[in-house]
Design a protein around this ligand. Structure first.
Ligand code: IMP
Ligand code: MG
Length: 333
């Protein structure tokens, strides 16, 4: 029987330190399964285990703590990338027999990657991993599923969850196919309700951890993040100190001031109960403390003042919020 499901989701455009939060939660020993519900190797998760940095793209972070790690039916899987991640984790001493893939997950082929490169990569700034074409074949009902090919036979999941479940989101709220700035979005549902596709009911959701940063970043194209942002001296300093480069693509991310209205909207629609705002130390070190709210740029005297302002507005405007936590760059929450 399933006891409860906790979900970690991104509230911005990805890269909000979901990996760090999931990893900390998974290390508690509280969970029986850690699962991914959407996306593929377009994601990039950075996790620190005992001070060593690990980067994954597809395999859930439960693997670092000996917890069963499930890639759900809503995910898309590239065979080569999956097995190179398995090898990387094996070589690092982790038990990869805990990794399971839903037989209904779809397979990303070289043809999908070629189509992505030809039609979408330049126009939309995708990660060029074949994600869009794979999901489009799924929707057209002409795709290949994990159960259709032999490669994954040692990793097939029986589709049965029990105990306490932790769901690890990929990408973020504003990259969602329905909510984001279409067509500058990814091809899956990044909102936490989609985690139910793993095989539990909405009533079994206990906590929704929402991940955000104290400034916004965007990798890939988006008219909401114009190229001129890259020329702003303060935003450039934030991006440099915050090491805002894509884990998957190595591209320089565009940095902008935190848009508090968008954050509040993402919190409310996702149903976030526990909010973690990361990278506070970056603004603190630089002595830069600004955010966008109601179409105005607010400047504060200190990060403490800015944190206080954010928390007050969130408590005032977000009904489900139980806890707001501020955290620093990698390692600790
Ligand atoms: P796709 O998912 O490769 O099709 O890319 C679509 C859009 O989502 C592009 O703007 C990507 O930069 C963005 N994107 C996809 N995955 C991630 C992620 O894990 N972090 C940040 N941006 C992402
Ligand atoms: Mg990432």
């Amino acid at each position: 029987m399933i006891k409860y499901a906790d979900i970690v989701c991104g509230l911005a455009w990805g890269d909000e330190a979901k990996g760090k939060i999931t990893s900390q939660l998974a290390s508690s020993g509280e969970y029986d399964y850690v699962c991914r519900w959407a996306g593929g190797n377009n994601a990039g998760h950075t996790v620190y285990v005992d001070d060593t940095k690990f980067k994954t793209h597809l395999i859930p972070s439960g693997i670092f703590y000996g917890v069963k790690s499930v890639i759900g039916p809503g995910c898309v899987v590239n065979v080569k990338s999956f097995f190179s991640e398995i090898e990387y984790l094996n070589n690092s001493g982790f038990d990869t027999s805990l990794v399971k893939i839903s037989p209904n997950a779809h397979v990303v082929t070289q043809e999908h990657i070629n189509r992505d490169l030809k039609n979408q990569y330049k126009k939309l700034g995708t990660t060029a991993k074949g994600i869009g074409p794979c999901y489009s074949d799924k929707t057209k009902r002409v795709g290949t599923r994990v159960k259709d090919i032999d490669d994954f036979k040692d990793y097939l999941w029986d589709g049965y969850l029990e105990g306490n479940i932790l769901c690890e989101g990929a990408q973020g709220f504003w990259l969602d196919l329905d909510y984001g700035n279409y067509p500058f979005v990814t091809s899956s549902t990044t909102l936490p309700y989609a985690a139910c596709s793993l095989g539990f009911a909405p009533q079994q959701i206990r906590k929704i951890w929402g991940a955000a940063k104290i400034y916004d970043t965007r990798s890939g194209l988006d008219p909401e993040f114009p190229e001129q942002l890259l020329d702003d001296p303060e935003l450039t300093r934030i991006g440099m100190l915050g090491q805002e480069y894509g884990v998957t693509t190595g591209r320089r991310r565009k940095v902008n001031w935190l848009n508090l209205n968008k954050l509040i909207q993402a919190i409310n629609i996702s149903g976030t109960t526990n909010l973690v705002i990361s990278k506070v130390d970056i603004l603190e070190t630089l002595g830069i403390h600004k955010l966008l709210f109601n179409n105005e740029l607010f400047e504060f005297n200190s990060v403490t003042e800015m944190k206080h302002f954010i928390k007050l507005e969130i408590i005032k405007n977000c009904n489900f919020m139980k806890d707001v936590i501020y955290s620093s760059s990698p390692k600790e929450i």
